[in-house]
Design a protein around this ligand. Structure first.
Ligand SMILES: [Mn+2]
Length: 347
């Protein structure tokens, strides 16, 4: 049996920084990606799709998105098993659901497909009378397994102490994680899309093949997302030079549909102007582009120290007399001179 395991799709999420017309484009791209996902599931001949919670980001998901999602489910024409996540609690399924969309909850704690039994989070009672280790047993949960103080903490021992599961399909954590719990393999597939610069890595879902043996494979899912590009600007000598360096890193890593953050690092001198407004404009071919400037002013401490009647020179000497560690001294010098110049300093 071939199982597609995904979670944390967060339908309806948008980036509030985008202008309204781009939010529409963003939503449409996500809708297309949902169709692509289910088309892959059909093409690759999956028997079942598991969605382990946080399908909808909030209550007000546009009806078009909901329609496209459930149409895709219907076209797949095989079971799509779903459990609620903390985000879905606000969502109300007051719509006609396709018959192959199956919610595992109190009313329906498990679902049997051939000799595979899929157990939902509310299955503790049902397990007592219905568990059979001759079957292949798969447990679906949404929550945090490691951190007990988390609001969404799940004590996995409640499930695995008395029963063996061939596979534990998890949701909630937004990055891929595969771990062994007792004798079982448990997997967080991570979120299907990147939903912010804090989750800008590769996104995907998990292909589980479970017959006599178990195989688990992470399948990257290509869609527009958030990308962070770092560019060292040390030694740049003109705006054109800066632009070329930035274009090289951004164009190599990103596609025009991506949401891009360019992070500048390294040192610039007082003679160099970065013209950040121009730089931002020169990347307007990207769907969304922002700059985070972490570059620092290069300060020639030796030259500055020899200035006469200079407050900066006195400051440098004072630090030199009191701090022997060169790394710490340079850090204090840098921050002090930046502060004296009136720059924003970051410690
Ligand atoms: Mn969650």
């Amino acid at each position: 049996m071939k199982i597609l395991h995904t979670a944390d799709i967060h339908l309806g999420v948008v980036n509030g920084k985008l202008p309204i017309e781009k939010q529409t484009v963003f939503r449409n791209n996500r809708n297309i990606s949902i169709e692509i996902l289910f088309n892959e599931a059909i093409k690759e001949n999956y028997d079942v799709v598991l969605i382990c919670g946080d399908l909808f980001h909030l209550k007000n998901v546009p009806s078009k998105t909901i329609r496209i999602f459930f149409n895709s489910v219907e076209n797949f024409n095989r079971p799509v098993l779903y459990i609620k996540g903390n985000h879905d609690e606000k969502f109300d399924f007051d719509i006609d659901l396709p018959s192959n969309f199956i919610i595992l909850d109190e009313e329906r704690p498990f679902y049997k497909l051939d000799n595979k039994v899929f157990w939902g989070p509310k299955s503790k009672e049902a397990l007592k009378g219905n568990y059979n280790k001759e079957n292949k047993n798969i447990l679906l949960l949404h929550g945090e397994l490691h951190n007990q103080s988390d609001n969404d903490y799940i004590n996995i021992n409640d499930y695995i102490e008395d029963y063996f599961f061939d596979y534990i399909a998890l949701g909630h954590v937004h990055s891929f994680e595969k771990m062994q719990l007792g004798n079982s393999w448990a997997v967080y597939p991570g979120s299907l899309f990147s939903n912010g610069f804090d989750e800008s890595g590769i996104k995907g879902y998990v292909q589980v093949t479970l017959d006599k043996d178990l195989s688990i494979e992470y399948i990257p899912f290509v869609s527009a997302g958030y990308k962070i590009c770092e560019c060292d600007i040390t030694g740049f000598n003109s705006y054109n030079d800066l632009l070329t360096r930035a274009r090289n890193v951004v164009d190599e890593k990103c596609s025009l549909n991506d949401m891009v953050r360019l992070v500048l690092k390294g040192y610039y001198t007082e003679d160099n102007n970065k013209y950040l407004d121009n730089l931002k404009r020169d990347f307007s071919d990207y769907f969304y582009f922002e700059i985070v400037d972490n570059s620092k002013l290069f300060i020639d401490f030796d030259k500055l120290k020899n200035e006469r009647l200079s407050f900066k020179a006195e400051f440098l000497k004072l630090v030199e007399e009191n701090e022997d560690d060169e790394t710490i001294r340079n850090k204090i010098w840098q921050l002090g001179i930046e502060a004296l110049r009136g720059d924003d300093i970051s410690i």
